[in-house]
Design a protein around this ligand. Structure first.
Ligand code: F3S
Length: 398
């Protein structure tokens, strides 16, 4: 891979340990994937923030880098293992909280914005169309590539961090236009009438196309919240963090529907629900906000919970970013949700919080949330926001 004079100096250690290590990571990646150069990036989003996933070895690695490492571009974080302010309210163990705070301290020393969210594009880390970025969280990467039209590979935590210290990333994969051409036509004939249908659609398409780039037709109207849910699902069950939706996502008009074609019908959506939903009625955990809830979603949750109470034995969490919670505080949504017995889980989420063994069954609007909850040994129920709130109020899935 070609390196400029300045990049060579960084690799030789002239800018210190963190930059040297970062250049080593980026050069190794570039050589593996055949990049011919590094490309400047506008922002970074780093995953691998939860102490639950990092452990002591990860914390040590971060502390080493934090000794002299400072990020060169706007950098934000993926959800951590707990609400950084209100972790006690979520039943987090104090020792876990201590370690998680050390992780956050290390990131903070590096100059990273401590905004732990998988929806960075809702809170100020918003790339422009065509901009090169280095993001890690798969749902955000898919949103950035597909809905915004920015360009990023699905970075691992270390490679995203390395890109942040250097301000550049190897130019390969989805940074190159020739690798962003759709190769499977997906015609959607199914009726998508409720919010969770978008997670089910992502399940169907992801499972079918796997590593191909779908060009989706048959969708006339879709909201931003539906798109963010779809992004999370399609990349979780498939693997390519890019799709086109005709007349909805950028540059879709420049491409022709590929020859290879699949069709998604009502029966496919029904089968997706059957695969995602376990055979159980009792619900002891409801989690909304995967990806992190927008202010519109929080408003709807407050509306549905007004004057009601979460049943004893069931917890309801609203996972969101801290800035979104601050808007909810100001608008009075927080008060309504908390009065009903719901809890906010800022900075964290159902996949990265240490939840194994705490709940038996989760109800959520998110297909991705169900996928990761099964890793946390929970049974899963996916449905509309109304169905999830009802489960929170009654403890039953109907
Ligand atoms: Fe975000 Fe966690 Fe879901 S990172 S996409 S809320 S699993």
């Amino acid at each position: 891979m070609y390196l400029t004079k300045n990049e060579k100096k960084m690799l030789d250690g002239e800018e210190g340990y963190a930059v040297k290590k970062s250049m080593e990571i980026l050069v190794a990646l570039g050589n593996i994937y055949g990049a011919d150069r590094l490309v400047e990036i506008g922002s970074v989003q780093v995953a691998g923030v939860s102490y639950h996933n990092l452990g002591d070895a990860g914390l040590e690695f971060l502390n080493e880098l934090a000794k002299d490492g400072k990020v060169k571009v706007l950098t934000t974080l993926n959800p951590a293992g707990m609400d950084l302010e209100d972790w006690r309210n979520l039943g987090i163990d104090p020792e876990f909280a201590r370690k998680q705070n050390l992780v956050i301290e290390a990131f903070s020393k590096m100059g990273i914005l401590i905004s732990c969210t998988c929806t960075p594009y809702l809170i100020g880390n918003l790339p422009r169309y065509g901009e090169h970025i280095a993001w890690s969280e798969s749902s955000a990467v898919t949103f950035a590539n597909s809905v915004i039209g920015a360009k990023t590979n699905r970075e691992g935590g270390p490679s995203a961090l390395a890109a942040a210290f250097v301000g550049k990333t190897p130019c390969y994969g989805l940074h190159l236009d020739e690798n962003r051409v759709p190769d499977t036509h997906v015609e959607v004939k199914a009726d998508l009438s409720k919010f969770s249908d978008w997670g089910a659609l992502g399940y169907c398409i992801g499972k079918t196309v796997q590593n191909k780039i779908p060009y989706i037709t048959g969708i006339d109207v879709v909201s931003l919240d539906e798109l963010k849910s779809f992004c999370a699902s399609v990349v979780t069950f498939g693997s390519k963090p890019l799709f086109y939706m005709k007349d909805i996502t950028p540059t879709s008009e420049k491409h022709q529907p590929p020859k290879e074609k699949i069709t998604i019908e009502d029966n496919d959506i029904k089968k997706a629900y059957e695969a995602i939903n376990d055979d159980t009625e009792d619900v002891d955990f409801v989690c909304i906000g995967c990806p992190h809830a927008s202010i519109k979603e929080i408003a709807k949750i407050a509306d549905l919970l007004k004057g009601r109470k979460i049943v004893a034995g069931t917890e309801l969490w609203v996972a969101t970013s801290r800035p979104m919670k601050q808007l909810a505080d100001k608008r009075g949504y927080t008060e309504v949700i908390e009065k009903a017995g719901g809890k906010f889980a800022c900075d964290t989420c159902m996949a990265v919080a240490p939840l194994k063994g705490r709940f038996r069954t989760v109800a959520t609007t998110s297909a991705k949330g169900c996928y990761y909850s099964r890793h946390n040994l929970m049974m899963t129920k996916m449905g509309s926001l109304e169905e999830c709130i009802e489960a929170g109020v009654t403890g039953k899935w109907r």
